[in-house]
Design a protein around this ligand. Structure first.
Ligand code: CP3
Length: 343
């Protein structure tokens, strides 16, 4: 049986044309997404409405024919399932009740309880595995423990993850116990996604770049490695993509250190450097600046071709270095896809 292109790249195959998908491919830059989100009421209602969440997951597949689709959900649903309050403030982003003391940590629910909240997400995965075209790979995901912890500790997004660093320094046992709880919850959450039909898993460590020295090893690499080891023991054939955003020179060696089949790259490293130092360890994905989806034109085409060219000697999945933004022009996405497929 011919395998799906994304799975072939993740297995280490070098393809003539890299398969392509896009971080945040279901999102506010698409008018059809905005319409379905309005129908659902708000973002969280959309996440927990399996039919509509499946619908917005399928929208970019219908419009563009991406090689992979990513489950529509959010990394902050796990904290909510663990008992944190979660809401979104329009124009500002997520807000959560904070966890900074041993008592607040103790008040969270045990890992076994998360499925009560997260069942609709598994239902979305089931719908998608029925409805996706046969050539499209379904990616499930979760936040990496450090990134999820930064939101749980601060109660919101922060530019420097200051509150999480402060707790790590002031009360390491509480900080580490929170990370362990998230790690164990993530393993169970992702296992259920795979049981429901997710074919690939991606771990988003959006704030890994603020972990310096041993902290990067202890709080980005080790929790991710624990998650991949647990998933590989249960599901040896499910590939894992790790995205330690902002890792810089520390991207080197991460395939082996995390046990990931693919490392996703932000736009802070150059493609030729990453080809020489990271792709040697396995499949890579990412690197195109998301701002090209806003500005388009010759610069988009030139930069897209340069990335395809730099990674053509090894396994590569074309993607952006971070999520597409709401001000992006849907036509620029088509231009990127045409450039990759026509190159
Ligand atoms: O299409 C996809 O990529 C799948 C769905 C997805 C969303 N969030 C939907 C979403 C995925 C994979 C995520 C991951 C996520 N969520 C991350 C890691 C990746 C990254 O961007 O670094 C993080 C840090 C979050 C937390 C989060 N969710 C924030 C900080 C915000 C607000 C910022 C924003 O862009 O509005 C969200 C909201 C969110 N998650 C939206 C979407 C489509 C926008 C919500 C809306 O429709 O108003």
């Amino acid at each position: 049986m011919t395998q799906k292109t994304i799975l072939r790249a993740l297995a280490g195959e070098t393809l003539d044309t890299p398969p392509i998908w896009m971080m945040r491919q279901a999102g506010r830059y698409l008018p059809e997404y905005r319409a379905t989100r309005a129908q659902a009421g708000d973002f969280l209602s959309l996440c927990y409405n399996s039919e509509l969440a499946a619908e917005v997951t399928l929208q970019p597949i219908r419009r563009y024919g991406f090689d992979a689709s990513i489950l529509f959900a959010d990394i902050l649903l796990l904290p909510q399932a663990l008992g944190a309050d979660l809401w979104f403030v329009t124009g500002e982003g997520p807000r959560l009740s904070t966890i900074t003391t041993p008592d607040e940590l103790k008040a969270l629910k045990p890992v076994e309880a998360i499925h009560d909240t997260l069942n609709p997400i598994y239902e979305t995965v089931k719908i998608l595995s029925r409805e996706l075209p046969s050539e499209t790979t379904l990616i499930g995901f979760a936040g990496a423990p450090w990134t999820v912890a930064t939101y749980m500790i601060a109660g919101k997004g922060t530019p420097d993850q200051g509150p999480a660093h402060a707790l790590k320094d002031a009360d390491k046992p509480t900080f580490e116990a929170l990370l362990d709880l998230i790690t164990d919850g993530t393993i169970e959450y992702l296992s259920k996604q795979i049981d429901a039909g997710a074919e690939v898993i991606k771990l988003f460590d959006s704030w890994a770049g603020s972990l310096k020295g041993d902290d990067f090893l202890n709080y980005a690499v080790k929790p991710a490695a624990k998650i991949t080891a647990a998933l590989k023991a249960r599901y040896p054939d499910t590939p894992i993509i790790a995205f330690p955003r902002g890792a810089g020179e520390k991207y080197v060696g991460l395939h082996a250190d995390i046990g990931a089949d693919c490392i996703a790259l932000d736009d802070g490293v150059t493609a030729p450097w990453a080809a020489a130092h990271v792709q040697t360890g396995g499949c890579v994905q990412g690197n195109l600046k998301s701002s090209h989806m806003v500005t388009g034109g010759d610069a988009l085409v030139t930069e897209t071709r340069a990335i395809v060219d730099a990674f053509k000697g090894g396994p590569h999945i074309f993607n952006l270095g971070h999520g597409i933004t709401p001000d992006a022009d849907p036509d620029n996405v088509q231009l990127m896809i045409d450039t990759v497929r026509g190159a």
